[in-house]
Design a protein around this ligand. Structure first.
Ligand SMILES: [Zn+2]
Length: 501
């Protein structure tokens, strides 16, 4: 019987979003400790993949649950929260013997006190465990690897898909890596290669675009018997922190890394200027959508993507939608606006109200005055499986469906996935009935919308998740960094770590 500590600290941070992530944001998605970690959440996300460990090891596992803390993408952790979370992970280990640790982390998470939450947690755990206990963690493909992460964890296992649909297999691969370490008692070697490269998600998915063949090669390389993890971590770009950039990461047991890091890094660097998406400003986008036959036209409101940690209450696109006649079904969008939800609930179904919608958290827009009818009142609660979650209970709180002209708007109390049509279905709306439907997601929404959409368009504007990175106002990133700087020698501008086990 092996005794394995297990936990999850999963939130993607957008440091441009001024709304701090608090304990309450984690409580919405469920905080769990001790036995509850696997008993209540062992069927969700990466934890459900970890559950393969006993079978892979060929012996039973006693789980020591540390903490399960999950919040939707948003601003940096509020002051004090990082210390509280780290203590919740390390306290259960005091005086305990464990054979190994499996963690589900994000890797692009930032706090008021420390720009690298994942590194801070891994370093604290390494100190609590000592140097010998194997520590394996999963990360999002948009993790921003730091040297502290690379030094503190034995293996970092990344998603191999974007849109993210491999949470379960990623957890299983982490369990497989830990199995290797427990069986062989070997320390893995690590090759980490940091590129001074910042990109948005444009054309950089794993199923299409400029990186597909590179991804195939990377995924195949992990099948090598001596490979424990091969990953390209592309770094969530709305993260104004030191060491921001792509990282090629390999953990392995053999003589040399499965892939030549310099060759693969150079291949990644070659794609740096690739642009695929014709982002349209809000005022251009609505007429363009109306020209597409059929419905719905699914629109990425990328600059306010809640999946990228934006607040979800920008009114730039909303203003264009509200001010235009939209024949053929009207437009459907949502907005995180607890104040307007409260007003709608106080007024009741059927009431006509003068509201000031959104624009209170998003620093790039203002509240939009809207005379609207309260169509229905309800809640947005559902279980997300697909891009962004697996068996993940989602709770966006009370919801008011309002109508104003050709615009139908779902007002919700809490942020949450902006990529899934389930948000609209939860309040009885079918996105297929509308001419235009808005997803607050840069790319992952395609996974859900493409099967039935008449067209896909991308809107870009100023916002916490703007696709126009040169307008984002970075201050804390390490320089030089492409595209903020011209870089003549990529290898000189990044860093490389080779840990020899
Ligand atoms: Zn991601």
């Amino acid at each position: 019987m092996k005794r394995i500590a297990v936990g999850q600290l999963l939130q993607e941070t957008n440091t441009l979003n001024p709304v701090q992530t608090t304990r309450r944001h984690f409580e919405v998605y469920g905080l769990a400790r001790g036995r509850e970690v696997m008993d209540q959440y062992g069927h969700t996300e990466e934890l459900s993949g970890f559950a393969a460990l006993p079978e892979l090891l060929g012996e039973s596992v006693e789980w020591l649950g540390l903490l399960r803390a999950r919040a939707w993408s948003g601003g940096a952790l509020a002051p004090g929260l990082l210390a509280e979370l780290v203590d919740s992970f390390t306290a259960p280990l005091r005086g305990q013997r464990v054979d190994g640790v499996l963690l589900s982390l994000h890797g692009a998470q930032s706090a008021a006190e420390d720009p690298d939450v994942t590194g801070a947690l891994l370093a604290a755990l390494r100190q609590a465990l000592g140097p010998q206990v194997p520590l394996v963690a999963t990360l999002d493909l948009h993790a921003n690897l730091t040297r502290r992460m690379v030094h503190s964890a034995d293996v970092l296992v990344g998603y191999h898909t974007f849109p993210h649909i491999d949470q379960v297999s990623c957890g299983q691969r982490a369990a497989g890596a830990l199995t290797h370490l427990l069986r062989t008692d070997q320390r893995p070697k690590i090759s980490a290669y940091k590129l001074p490269l910042l990109t948005n998600t444009d054309g950089r998915t794993t199923d299409r675009g400029v990186l597909v063949s590179l991804w195939k090669e990377l995924v195949a390389a992990e099948d090598h018997p001596e490979a424990l993890s091969t990953a390209i971590y592309m770094a969530q770009p709305w993260l104004d922190v030191p060491e921001l950039g792509w990282t090629l990461y390999q953990a392995y047991l053999g003589e040399r890394p499965p892939l030549d890091p310099e060759r693969v890094a150079a291949a990644c660097w070659q794609t740096r200027a690739h642009r695929q998406t014709p982002f349209q400003r809000p005022e251009e986008l609505v007429p363009a959508a109306l020209k597409i036959p059929g419905r719905p036209v699914a629109v990425s409101e990328s600059h306010d993507a809640t999946n990228s940690g934006a607040p979800g209450d920008s009114t730039l696109l909303l203003t264009a939608l509200a001010g235009t006649a939209i024949p053929g079904g009207g437009a459907l969008s949502f907005c995180v606006d607890p104040q307007s939800v409260a007003r709608c609930f106080a007024a009741g179904q059927g009431a006509t109200l003068d509201l000031e919608v959104g624009g209170r958290m998003d620093p790039y827009s203002h509240p939009l005055p809207l005379r609207a009818i309260v169509r229905t009142l309800g809640k947005v609660q559902y279980t997300l499986s697909g891009h962004g979650g697996h068996n993940l209970p989602v709770d966006m709180g009370r919801a008011a469906v309002i109508a104003s002209g050709d615009l139908t708007l779902v007002l919700v109390e809490e942020t949450g996935p902006g990529s899934s049509p389930r948000l609209y279905e939860a309040v009885g709306l079918d996105p297929r009935d509308f001419k235009i439907v808005i997803a607050k997601s840069p790319e992952g929404f395609r996974q859900d919308y493409e099967p039935f959409a008449a067209g896909i368009l991308y809107c870009g504007a100023p916002g916490c998740a703007t696709p126009f990175l040169l307008e984002a106002g970075f201050k804390s990133v390490s320089r030089p960094l492409y595209p903020l700087d011209e870089i003549s020698d990529m290898a000189q501008a990044g860093w490389a770590e080779e840990l020899m086990g």
